[in-house]
Ligand binder design. Structure first.
Ligand code: GCU
Length: 327
């Protein structure tokens, strides 16, 4: 074969063997909040960082507003391998992995620093990893503030809950908490809550202040009673199957991006909660009231004691308790 023919043969071979320089993996992420919600913005930040740290190999496409289903439906899709990423929260995840129940005990945290210490310590990481064999793994937490009751009447003591139907998340601990406080818990998906409040299917609900504005609940519930019963983080999870298919360096890139987005979210959460409170007051006429917090604490104290005797979560709760005063 002459030189020209040889060169041509080599070039032809080379062109048939040409692979793209890198393989792009697109991960769909489902969540139930609006684009204006801080957690959407923080996950957008995570997506940008994941792309950067993986040199373009990981692309996260976010589907907000429950477009791909409720939080529960998204978890089911994820377990079946039809979805790669989802944002849920520790309350709803309890039904899929009991370890998350540790975060749902009322008045578990003494303040926001304690809450952050738990999310960032070994105990937080262990809970994220506990569900690996159930088809998903937690990547990071996002601060979701403190949850309080809101309705069209003041709820200053547990007695004020008597006879009220209160929407809770589909979580055994949330149901028990409202029962112990004297209300009638009604589990509903988040997307159904606005109409349920408007039509009087429920008398009230409980969440952080951003629900008043980003989900417009302040239009249909005018009094927010600051009992701050729980601090339940949002959680970003990935399907175990997807995780195992990623190259080690892409796993690292995604985990790093997720952890950094948690830090990014911390400041954003503070600012946007403040903005929600101001907007709820001035544009929606919502009133924020102080309550007899000790009365609520006393009503649910047995839940903390029971958690310490529940073999499934006792170790997690004990570790979280120990972080209360450590700096
Ligand atoms: C919070 C949380 C959501 C959850 C909602 C609810 O807003 O961030 O993940 O769905 O509470 O009460 O259902």
């Amino acid at each position: 074969m002459g030189l020209n023919k040889k060169l041509l043969a080599i070039c032809t071979l080379a062109s048939t063997l040409t692979f793209p320089a890198f393989a792009v993996t697109t991960l769909k992420l489902s969540h139930n909040q609006d684009r204006d919600h801080p957690v959407h913005k923080s996950m957008q930040y995570m997506a940008d960082k994941a792309k950067e740290y993986s040199n373009g190999e990981i692309r996260v496409r976010i589907y907000p507003n429950g477009q791909l289903g409720t939080q529960r439906e998204s978890m089911e899709l994820l377990q079946n391998g039809a979805l790669q990423l989802a944002k849920s929260n520790a309350s709803e995840l309890e039904a899929f992995e009991p370890a998350y129940g540790a975060f749902n005990i009322p008045y578990l945290f003494i303040d926001r620093d304690h809450y952050y210490r738990a999310m960032q310590a070994d105990v937080g990481e262990k809970i994220l990893l506990a569900s690996e064999k159930k088809g998903f793994i937690g990547l990071t937490y996002y601060d979701a503030g403190a949850r309080s009751f809101y309705a069209n009447k003041e709820i200053r003591t547990p007695t004020d809950l008597k006879g009220l139907k209160i929407r809770v998340q589909p979580s055994p601990t949330a149901v028990e908490m409202v029962k112990m406080m004297g209300g009638a818990p009604t589990p509903l998906a988040y997307g159904e809550l606005y109409t349920a409040l408007q039509q009087g299917v429920v008398d009230g609900a409980e969440n952080n202040e951003t629900a008043l504005t980003t989900a417009r609940h302040g239009e249909v519930a005018k009094i927010f009673s600051l009992d701050e019963h729980t601090m339940i983080p949002d959680v970003l999870v990935i399907s175990t199957k997807t995780w195992q298919q990623l190259k080690p360096q892409d796993q690292q890139a995604l985990k790093k991006a997720a952890l950094e987005s948690m830090e990014f979210h911390k400041k954003l959460w503070t600012e946007m909660t403040q903005r929600s409170i101001e907007q709820a007051k001035s544009a929606m006429g919502v009133r924020f009231v102080r309550v007899d917090k000790q009365a609520f604490i006393n009503a649910v104290k047995p839940m903390h004691d029971a958690a310490l005797n529940n073999p499934v979560i006792a170790n997690y709760v004990r570790s979280i308790d120990l972080l209360a005063n450590s700096k």
